[in-house]
Design a binder for this molecule. Structure first.
Ligand code: PEP
Ligand code: CO
Length: 466
């Protein structure tokens, strides 16, 4: 497969305008770090990125559903803390996030009887795009926090000074996260016989936790039924391990360039920092550096589309990022808001269908439903999140497009960052455990609640376009 633009190279993005990049105080230092990254082993193998693209092609064809979910911003602090019982916080945090992802996937797979492709926002989600370059603090204005791969989050000007060495640290933390994800998913933790054990204590006692236990028992009965019919469960690897792939926003181009490698099998370029990468809503300019960079790598790519995205712009992005119309290569992640999704999505669906681009359509119901409550906390309401998903399904059904998946921000911790859900978290409870570095995340109970409601929605809607 030829690279479309013969002038493309991993560094040719430097000839284009790159928004949301840090100003490294010493550019020569940043260049040395990029060269260092280039000498380190890739985090993923190009063949894996091709497997994810093939799995996304199944989603594009209406035969599978994408669950892409994880933290808004991963934190370096998680790797320097112990839990109250003295365990490594990072390991516990990765395990708990994985449990929720596996639970949500079990609910969706069982509820909708569809394969669910699991992609984490994990092992590299360390950089954030921001709407404003500065932040007001009691001590004056300082540069806004852009993620731990760039600087520290402490609210002082000194902490916010960009440090390129953090890219190498981010690389190593991503490697150790990915290593544990691989160990858990391939080493028995994700075995379907463990389906009850994914229910964490603080989730299990809630109504949705109890509902999950009923579903887990049904899955066990189904397995026992298959075994009684003579199916050799031990010899069926799909029951014992799962694939959980990695993704993050490909925002910091010095880092992405440093991990871009030429695949020795195919001669194609791959960004080996993650299996899948997405371009954020703030950096998706068709003639900008991010679109140029990702047009040349062969990973599956996502693009976030906010309310300003026009049908022409979206078709142009499809042309630039997937001129050969390869199914699975391009995922469009819409984040249009509960109030406007029914109005804004249909023209985008129509334009892409008319241009005959085989994209995966995904709903991010998180980012356009943020508001600030008294006291300055950013939050989202569970009902708005569900309403955007419902609007997304309705628009897809009306335009005969496949509602291919959801893109969520959640954490395994029992945090209080999003309002509502069946526990009906109220505004005055937000302070109880509000820990996010950036956007508010669903807690474990809210995530499971959402999975059940989504499975019901998928059952209710006549989903097949295949
Ligand atoms: C995000 O996914 O955390 C994010 C900032 O998204 P968007 O580009 O949609 O604003
Ligand atoms: Co976010």
């Amino acid at each position: 497969m030829a690279v479309v633009d013969s002038t493309w190279s991993p560094s040719s993005w430097r000839d284009f305008e790159a928004l949301q990049q840090p100003e490294w105080p010493d550019p020569a230092h940043a260049e040395r770090v990029r060269a260092r990254l280039h000498a380190l082993p890739p985090l993923v193998f190009a063949g894996e990125a091709r497997q994810v693209q093939a799995a996304l092609a199944q989603v594009a064809a209406g035969r599978s559903f994408l669950l892409q979910a994880g933290d808004c911003a991963e934190s370096f602090h998680d790797f320097a803390r112990l839990t109250e019982s003295g365990a490594a916080f990072s390991a516990v945090s990765i395990r708990e996030r994985l449990k929720i992802l596996l639970q949500m996937a079990a609910v969706l797979t069982y509820g909708a009887a569809l394969p669910v492709l699991k992609v984490g926002r994990i092992a590299g989600q360390f950089v954030k795009p921001r709407s404003s370059p500065f932040e007001r603090t009691p001590d004056g204005e300082i540069p806004v926090f852009r993620g731990h791969m760039i600087h520290d989050d402490a609210p002082t000007a000194a902490a916010r000074r960009p440090d390129p060495d953090r890219m190498v640290e981010g690389y190593h933390l991503s490697a150790s996260t990915l290593n544990l994800v691989r160990a858990f998913t391939k080493g028995g933790f994700a075995d379907l016989s463990q389906v009850h054990l994914w229910n964490q204590a603080f989730v299990a006692s809630s109504p949705q936790g109890q509902r999950y236990d009923v579903l887990a028992s049904e899955i066990e009965r189904a397995l026992a039924f298959m075994a009684a019919c003579g199916i050799d469960l031990a010899a069926t690897p799909q029951l014992h391990e799962v694939d959980v792939w990695t993704s993050h926003e490909g925002l910091l181009l010095d880092y992405e360039e440093g991990l871009t490698r030429c695949d020795s099998f195919t001669g194609d370029w791959y960004d080996c920092s993650a299996h899948m990468l997405w371009i954020g809503d703030r950096t998706r300019q068709p003639d900008g550096a991010h679109v140029h960079f990702f047009s040349g790598v062969h990973n599956p790519i996502g693009v976030k589309l906010g309310p300003d995205a026009t049908p022409d712009e979206v078709v142009e992005l499809c042309e630039r990022l997937n001129p050969n119309r390869i199914p699975g290569r391009l995922t469009l992640i819409t984040r249009l808001g509960a109030a406007r999704v029914r109005e804004l999505l249909p023209p985008l669906l129509r334009a892409v269908a008319e241009a005959e681009h085989p994209v995966v359509w995904v709903c991010d119901p998180m980012h356009e439903n943020v508001f600030v409550v008294n006291g300055g906390r950013k939050t989202r309401h569970f009902d708005a999140i569900m309403a955007e998903i419902e609007g997304f399904f309705a628009a897809c059904r009306a335009e005969k497009a496949w509602p291919g998946g959801v893109h969520l921000e959640y954490t395994g911790e029992d945090v209080t960052e999003c309002l509502g859900g069946s526990e009906d978290l109220a505004e005055d409870q937000l302070d109880r455990r509000y820990e996010t570095l950036c956007d508010p995340r669903l807690n474990g109970r809210q995530s499971l609640d959402l999975a059940f409601r989504l499975a019901e929605l998928m059952r209710r809607e006549p989903l097949s376009i295949a």
